[in-house]
Design a protein around this ligand. Structure first.
Ligand SMILES: Cc1cc2nc3c(=O)[nH]c(=O)nc-3n(C[C@H](O)[C@H](O)[C@H](O)COP(=O)(O)O)c2cc1C
Length: 208
């Protein structure tokens, strides 16, 4: 464990790490298990908790195979939508794709079942995974590791990755996390808009 940090620092400085991932330092399986054990405590919607599964991919040949479709869709997506994000994030996203096959661990959070139905069902389905993903990312950060969610293959290439990993057809991949130790610990809060600008009181559109 690193010798920091209070909860507020952890929550405000856990960033998507792409360029500062240590591609050469191995990640111990126990560290990943510890972080997943923490993620297991995250909230989930009732019985949907039991649908969550994690696939931890450490095997280099598998990581290389998985990286190919992710990179392909990612590059297409970045060419199409890159202008919508700031230049630094785009460059960082490109770097992540270039190095994806070298990142020591890829973690694929999955849900048994396929999402469907109206907003309530979709919210419960995905909402039963993302708190756990975020807890996992926070736990990694507390141990000197960093991560970034990568969702590109879910745009039309989910099956390809499923076949590589033997994931059954009725199981949904929710994301993919690129995980490694970080080369620095100087992460800062991001400059997002003030919360007052996006918070309404006692009704839509009503400022404080
Ligand atoms: C659902 C979701 C999907 C994401 N997919 C990607 C992705 O495919 N590639 C990537 O580089 N970052 C991805 N991100 C990370 C965001 O781009 C990132 O949060 C954003 O750059 C803000 O940076 P920060 O996390 O450091 O604040 C994703 C984040 C979320 C929540």
């Amino acid at each position: 464990m690193e010798d920091f940090v209070d909860a507020e620092t952890l929550l405000t400085t856990t960033r998507s790490v792409r360029r500062k991932l240590d591609l050469d330092r191995p990640v111990e399986p126990e560290v990943l298990t510890d972080c997943l054990r923490i993620a297991q405590q995250a909230p989930a919607a009732g019985m949907l908790r039991s649908n969550l599964r994690w696939i931890v991919v450490r095997d280099q040949a598998l990581r290389e195979k998985i990286a190919a479709p992710v990179r392909e869709v990612g590059r297409e997506s970045q060419a199409k939508y890159g202008h919508l994000v700031d230049a630094r994030t785009l460059a960082s996203g490109k770097y992540l794709l270039d190095t994806l096959h070298r990142i020591p661990v890829l973690v694929v959070p999955c849900m048994q079942g396929r999402p469907g139905g109206e907003n309530g069902e979709l919210s419960a389905f995905y909402g039963s995974v993302y708190p756990a993903i975020w807890s996992f990312q926070l736990a990694l950060r507390a141990r000197g590791l960093g991560s970034t969610m990568v969702g590109y293959h879910l745009i039309g290439r989910e099956r390809e990755v499923a076949d590589i990993l033997g994931i059954p057809a009725d199981v949904t991949q929710v994301s993919m996390l690129a995980v490694a130790y970080t080369t620095t610990n100087t992460f800062q809060p991001a400059a997002w808009p003030p919360v007052e600008d996006i918070t309404y009181h006692d009704g839509w559109g009503r400022p404080a």
